[in-house]
Write a protein that binds this ligand. Structure first.
Ligand code: WT7
Length: 649
């Protein structure tokens, strides 16, 4: 007999009864998607409306790296998310907004209202001088205008670059410079968990830091705070809104025209501007939303708790749901404000059919016990989802039992900023689930495992996760740096896309993603490069050297562990620790705040001066037994002093 964590959970009867895709259908479609990709995609592309239907499907190569899909197709992403639903859904809610403050009124925009707002916003952007191909940085809180701004850019062919509104002025400046963004959309302030966040102020600081000259800033009034406006550069959205028409044609875009840039952390260097294009991304998000959330033409409400500043928000708050004509819920707040039952209270209030959140949130809520969940009516839900990091079986089972009442399917969806949308996930009507496994690949996805030498590992095994073939939603390049794109993802294993993740493949063909195998951290579902945190630390005048690694953290998944060597004569004390934490927050933002700062007179290095991160990882994990070979270290005694320091923490 197997216990709950290793059991397989069958497709629930009510899901089987209504599903758009049962097991046989999944298997037949999956097989066909690999055997005849051209034929498969020719059948699927009708899921979006084309101005000119493409004749060419995939046209890609991983060596050299050149990825195109539907290259002779013409369409507009905004038209697909808004206009095409007007005949049937003009009065259906498109966006439902829940404020941070539970007593504040919620807002609903119907598809007709969304259409008018997006057209006005697009016309306001045009009036500011924004043209097709221009990059527009969006730094907004979770308010309907964030989705409106993204769709307005898509409507006129401008390329949005959304920056999470928790990033610091320096981080925003780096992204403005990299994207050479002439225009910024922001708000006076944001609200989260009862606090206000100074967004316009941060943008003013970012513009000072950036070398690129910003020509126009459009400011959304949200909290009503009094913020300074710079003459000729800044304007209010509500002022411009009065002067523009609610009619704006959707620009015909080539399928391979850029839709957006989204910055994400890598194992080295500065954040990378992942570039997604129009046709492939839209087909992918539309199709994955439909199949993974088992979406019939039902006009129901979908709730994804991510922020639009991350790819999850792009694909499963905005583009995927709206392209399918769903109603999408945007929540400004956090799970524990004003109390730890907020998520469940919002579900009772707005009655979504599907709920999609991160394991880190579930782990935090699980600690509060069952009562905050049980006091709310969750009967609207028919499906639960998770995203962003591996889910531990305990959290999966709690979600299943307490939120899902042991009757809702759970989709554990594995994907990345670079993949555009979900790649490995259960289809709820087709694939029995196992707690902690993302299960099976979506149509067209060919996962495989390789060892360190790049040899394929067959059968049930663990290894590095690669993808053998391209899919429409795949990122095309890193903005302005195609060589870095090729090196980052396609050089470790020639002819393959390397995900940076490790995975196990079990005897039933199920995939179990085990986490990053590179120097990327996943902290509360947010991706951070160790190099970025190190660079912030060594930027402090009292720091000589720093090395950052991840370590297991009960709630966050991974915590940030920093080994820091102060300059000669400086004491690593509590005051310096506080200064360093503040420095990292200033350079990156609160999400990068170190959990542990371990001062050490030296770091373990090889004789050639390379820091042995493997040892640092083990010590941070409190795993002193298997440090491996330390004889190549220039000074092996460093290790003993680090272990002693770790034990004292
Ligand atoms: C990394 C990508 C997926 C959108 C949000 C994060 C990890 C993501 C899962 C999952 C195990 C997961 C991977 C991946 N990850 N989903 N279901 N199970 N790990 O996007 O910031 O680009 O991060 O998140 O390590 O590589 P991202």
């Amino acid at each position: 007999m197997s216990d709950a964590t290793t059991a397989t959970y069958p497709v629930p009867a009510h899901t089987a009864a209504r599903t758009i895709c049962d097991t046989e259908t999944y298997e037949a479609m999956y097989r066909r998607s690999l055997e005849d990709p051209d034929g498969f995609w020719r059948e699927q592309i009708g899921i979006v409306d084309w101005i000119k239907t493409p004749g060419v499907m995939g046209n890609w190569s991983y060596a050299p790296v050149d990825i195109k899909w539907f290259e002779d197709g013409v369409l507009n992403a905004c038209f697909n998310c808004v206009d095409r639903h007007l005949p049937a859904r003009a009065d259906q809610p498109a966006i439902v907004w829940e404020a941070d403050d539970p007593d504040a009124a919620s807002i609903t925009l119907t598809y007709a209202e969304l259409h008018a707002e997006v057209c006005r916003f697009a016309n306001a952007l045009k009036a500011m001088g924004v043209a097709k191909g221009d990059r527009v940085t969006i730094y907004l809180p979770m308010i309907p205008e964030a989705a409106v701004a993204m769709l307005a850019c898509a409507r006129i062919g401008a390329v949005h670059s959304v920056v999470f509104a928790g990033f610091s002025a320096e981080a925003v400046a780096g992204r403005i410079d990299d994207a050479k963004s002439d225009f910024i959309i922001t708000a006076d302030e944001g609200r989260r968990g009862g606090k206000t966040i100074p967004l316009k102020q941060t943008i003013d600081d970012a513009i000072c830091h950036a070398w690129h000259e910003v020509k126009g800033v459009l400011v959304v009034r949200h909290t009503g705070a009094d913020v300074p406006m710079t003459h000729a550069r800044d304007s209010w959205w509500h002022d411009r809104r009065e002067t523009v028409s609610a009619d704006c044609p959707a620009e015909p875009m080539n399928a391979e025209d850029p839709l957006f840039i989204l910055y994400t952390s890598g194992s080295t260097g500065k954040p990378k501007g992942v570039l997604h294009t129009t046709g492939g991304y839209l087909v992918w998000t539309t199709l994955t939303f439909k199949y993974v959330f088992d979406w019939r033409d039902e006009g129901a409400l979908h709730w994804c708790t991510a922020d639009v500043g991350w790819v999850t928000g792009h694909s499963y708050i905005v583009y995927g749901p709206l392209s399918n004509g769903a109603s999408t819920l945007m929540f400004e707040g956090v799970p524990n404000y004003p109390a730890v039952d907020r998520f469940w209270a919002v579900i009772e209030k707005h009655r979504p059919a599907t709920f999609y959140t991160a394991p880190t949130a579930l782990r935090a809520l699980m600690r509060e016990g069952d009562a905050p969940v049980l006091k709310h009516d969750l009967s609207s839900l028919r499906l639960l989802g998770t995203v962003g990091e591996p889910i531990n079986p305990e959290a999966w089972l709690w979600y299943h039992r307490v939120a899902g009442k042991e009757r809702l399917p759970i989709v554990d969806t594995w994907w990345q900023t670079e993949t555009g949308g979900i790649l490995i996930s259960p289809l709820p009507g087709a694939i029995p689930t196992k707690p902690g496994s993302a299960t099976k690949p979506f149509f067209g996805i060919e996962p495989a495992l390789v060892d360190a030498d790049g040899k394929f590992i067959e059968g049930p095994a663990s290894g590095n996760l690669v993808l053998k073939s391209s899919w429409p939603g795949q990122a095309r390049t890193l903005y302005g740096d195609h060589q870095r794109f090729a090196e980052t993802y396609f050089s470790a294993y020639k002819g393959l896309y390397f995900t940076g993740d490790g995975s196990r493949h079990d005897e039933d063909g199920y995939w179990w993603i085990t986490g990053r195998v590179d120097d990327v951290l996943n902290v509360s579902g947010h991706r951070l490069g160790t190099a970025e945190v190190e660079s912030a630390l060594v930027g402090h005048p009292k720091v000589a050297e720093a090395a950052v690694v991840g370590y297991p953290h009960d709630i966050k998944g991974q915590g940030i562990y920093c080994y820091v060597t102060p300059i000669a004569g400086v004491e690593g004390d509590a005051a310096l620790e506080a200064e360093l934490k503040a420095e990292v927050r200033r350079e990156i933002g609160p999400i990068a705040t170190p959990d542990q700062i371990h001062f050490t007179p030296a770091l373990p290095k090889t004789r050639s001066g390379k820091i042995m991160r493997r040892i640092l990882r083990k010590i941070a994990e409190n795993d002193f037994g298997s440090l491996g070979d330390t004889t190549t270290l220039a000074d092996p005694s460093v290790v003993d002093s680090l272990i002693a320091g770790r034990k004292n923490r």
